[in-house]
Write a protein that binds this ligand. Structure first.
Ligand code: FAD
Length: 273
């Protein structure tokens, strides 16, 4: 289908984007366009104004920031996958970007767009939750930092305000921590039916799940079981606790629960070996 009519403005800077977002019209930021434009074509989104931030090259970077790595929100998935610093300091994030879609999607889609879109089947959100990442947003009142675990509030909903621009994602250096992201999907380029991110550092493990509810889910039951001395197999039995997976054409909720337990066991066997 053809999108409903809309106006288009190209932002020259973040300040410019903020001004356009505050113009009183129903405005939406356009980054890679790989989630927003399909919604517009289906007329599930009908913004009056598209504010194109896709050319803000000063928001496309990966750099060291103390004990963290800072990733600009406009960094494309392809560049996240291939960045030498990330591959060295946080290979989980680099690996996850390489799991997204196909080469065309990875060349256009951005990490910031993936987070702001709030798709429960997207790959980055659970990984960022497992990593205790920080997100930086700028709005009319200035800059604020949001814990990744506080960002995803519902089905395609985040705690980013409509007049805020997500500018940066900060992830820890893994410094030899064990990590994995296991994604189950029917075809190589598909979204996750279910996926699990696991990180083990300083003697404890953090586990988060993709597509087991309207938001990424931290598998607290699994983490508690491990802390109490359970082995991967026993701990993974608690993977679906507190989740509300969807039933759709990809899988039933019951099958998703099964996948969560199997993938979590495999993930724990990898990070705890
Ligand atoms: P856009 O589509 O431009 O924007 C998405 C939303 O985020 C919009 O509401 C926009 O206003 C908002 N937004 C964008 N940038 C910002 C910002 N800096 N601050 C605040 N709000 C912002 N994703 C996966 O995770 N895994 C997959 O396997 C996968 N497969 C895909 C397969 C196909 C065929 C397609 C088309 C997409 C797929 N995606 C997948 C989604 C892809 O990763 C998107 O690129 C991504 O979700 C959105 O990024 P974008 O830059 O394209 O954002």
């Amino acid at each position: 289908m053809i999108p409903a009519p809309f106006d288009y403005e190209r932002a020259e800077s973040v300040d410019d984007a903020l001004e356009l977002l505050g113009s009183g019209r129903d405005a939406k930021l356009l980054a890679g366009g790989h989630s927003l434009l399909p919604l517009m074509r289906l007329r599930l989104a009908r913004p009056e104004l598209l504010v194109d931030i896709g050319r803000l090259s000063d928001l496309a970077y990966v750099r060291e920031d103390g004990d963290r790595i800072a990733i600009g929100a406009l960094t494309r998935h392809h560049d996240v996958t291939n960045d030498d610093l990330l591959r060295e300091a946080n290979p989980l994030v680099a690996h996850t970007a390489g799991e997204i879609g196909d080469p065309q999607v990875r060349h256009r889609g951005t990490i910031g767009g993936s987070i702001a879109h709030g798709d429960p089947a997207a790959d980055f959100p659970a990984v960022l939750v497992a990593l205790d990442a920080e997100l930086v947003a700028r709005g009319p009142q200035g800059e604020r930092t949001i814990a990744a675990g506080e960002c995803f509030s519902g089905f395609f909903e985040t705690t980013l305000a409509p007049d805020e621009v997500l500018t940066e994602i900060r992830v820890p250096k893994l410094d030899g921590a064990e990590w994995t992201y296991l994604k189950f999907h029917r075809r190589a380029q598909d979204w996750a039916t279910v996926a699990v991110a696991a990180v083990r550092s300083n003697g404890s493990a953090r586990v988060a799940l993709t597509n087991m509810g309207p938001t990424p889910v931290r598998a607290r039951g699994v983490e508690e079981a491990l802390a109490s001395g359970a082995d991967p197999s026993r701990a993974a039995e608690r993977a679906a606790e507190g989740t509300s997976p969807p039933s759709d054409t990809q899988a039933s909720a019951e099958f998703r629960g099964h996948l969560a337990r199997v993938l979590t066991r495999r993930a724990l066997e990898q990070v705890l070996r």
